[in-house]
Design a protein around this ligand. Sequence first.
Ligand SMILES: CC(C)(COP(=O)(O)OP(=O)(O)OC[C@H]1O[C@@H](n2cnc3c(N)ncnc32)[C@H](O)[C@@H]1OP(=O)(O)O)[C@@H](O)C(=O)NCCC(=O)NCCS
Length: 151
Amino acid sequence: MHVAVHQDDPAFDGDMNFRTRRWVRPEDLNANGTLFGGSLLRWIDEEAAIYAIVQLGNHRVVTKLISEINFVSSARQGDLIEMGLRATAFGRTSITMRAEVRNMISRKSILTIEKLVFVSLDERGAPVPHGFTEITYQRDRIPTEREFRQG
Ligand SMILES: CC(C)(COP(=O)(O)OP(=O)(O)OC[C@H]1O[C@@H](n2cnc3c(N)ncnc32)[C@H](O)[C@@H]1OP(=O)(O)O)[C@@H](O)C(=O)NCCC(=O)NCCS
């Protein structure tokens, strides 16, 4: 099911929610002196996991698919960048998102990913229906209790 855009969300810009900002540090650079793609993907995957947890009300979500990644332009040390995500479809056990990373000041696009699919799992690691069809702009779905395992 495709999702309607919510115009009242404070982090809303165009069709994206840009929530997380990062400062490009020396340890995030490649041999060319620009932002290392691997760092960017790690940040996006984590951001998308948090987004999926908030939307699906389950801490146990995993990355199923990341579609073609387009590194549109580079970022340099000291640049401020921001990451945007938006749910584009809710499946039975999955959620599909679109991602964009851009320069916070110039708003120039750094990366786009058309599809990131995350799947909601039960305690045995099997896909479990999440029951949602719409984006939430609150924190109303996050479970207040969660199990912690040691070891
Ligand atoms: C996630 C996992 C449990 C899904 O198992 P599966 O056998 O594919 O399960 P299903 O066929 O029931 O699919 C589950 C959901 O994923 C979706 N899906 C499966 N393969 C897909 C693909 N290639 N592209 C997009 N969506 C896909 C299905 O459509 C389904 O969504 P829906 O219920 O909303 O329709 C399994 O693939 C897995 O454990 N993968 C490893 C996940 C992981 O460790 N990620 C971390 C990255 S290192």
